[in-house]
Design a protein around this ligand. Structure first.
Ligand code: MTE
Ligand code: MO
Length: 214
């Protein structure tokens, strides 16, 4: 207690103001980070068609073709010889779970695009996987700075069930767009639906717009 009784009132008022401000900030931050209709999970679920291709790194290769100036095929060693990047991103699955702070290591989509050089008429990308899965994205979503072909998660090689040796990671779209067991990338002039897109999933799949199904 101060001598005149005023200092404490002032201090209390200041602290109350901080509480209000910080409560507002925290609330806003949580709202902004978790897209509408999602809930947070801490255990990473496994979701796929039920086939988990058993690929050693020597079996694995990636072919990039279609509307590009320089198509390429990478063996595992060639893929690993590319510049490596690290991103920490969130995952949002259309089945309503989200998980924060995955650290992915791999080759960025921007690096790949600098090598293959998509033609001006390329507008969409199709991913093809070793389990027969396919998924399509507009080129501008693939050409984002946080998109990568990942081989590691939290510093460890991707497990087989989560798509190892290499999976796509597109943080700004629902997770069905992030193809596991990646085998090929085709740049396309015209859009073409992938596995789930053919079965009623949204063509783009932006979690902030709740583009779940069409
Ligand atoms: N090759 C392949 N990739 C896939 C799928 C699949 O069945 N096959 N399922 C998609 C779906 S619907 C989701 S939600 C995520 C799940 O990835 P996870 O099992 O690592 O959580 O992978 C996506 N990528
Ligand atoms: Mo999914």
């Amino acid at each position: 207690m101060s001598d005149d009784g005023k200092t404490n009132d002032k201090l209390i008022a200041t602290k109350e103001k901080w509480v209000e401000e910080r409560r507002g900030l925290t609330g806003r931050r949580n709202r902004d980070r978790l897209p509408p209709g999602q809930h947070l999970t801490h255990d990473w679920p496994v979701l796929d068609l039920g086939i988990h291709p058993n690929l050693s790194t020597t079996d694995w290769s990636l072919t990039v073709s279609g509307a590009v100036e320089s198509p390429l095929t990478w063996t595992w060693d060639q893929f690993r010889a590319q510049p490596q990047t690290d991103f920490i991103t969130d995952i949002h699955c259309v089945t309503t779970w989200s998980m924060y702070d995955s650290r992915w290591t791999g080759v960025s989509a921007l690096h790949l695009m600098a090598l293959v050089r998509p033609k001006p008429q390329a507008k969409f990308v199709m991913f093809r996987s070793f389990d027969g899965y396919t998924t399509n994205v507009p080129l501008e979503y693939f050409a984002d700075s946080d998109v990568m072909l990942a081989h590691s998660w939290q510093g460890l090689p991707l497990t087989r069930e989560h798509g190892g040796p290499v999976r796509v990671v597109i943080p700004k779209l629902y997770f069905w767009k992030s193809a596991k067991w990646l085998r090929a990338i085709t740049f396309m002039e015209k859009d073409s639906p992938g596995y789930w897109e053919l079965r009623g999933y949204h063509d783009v799949g932006d979690p902030w717009e709740e583009e779940r199904y069409r």
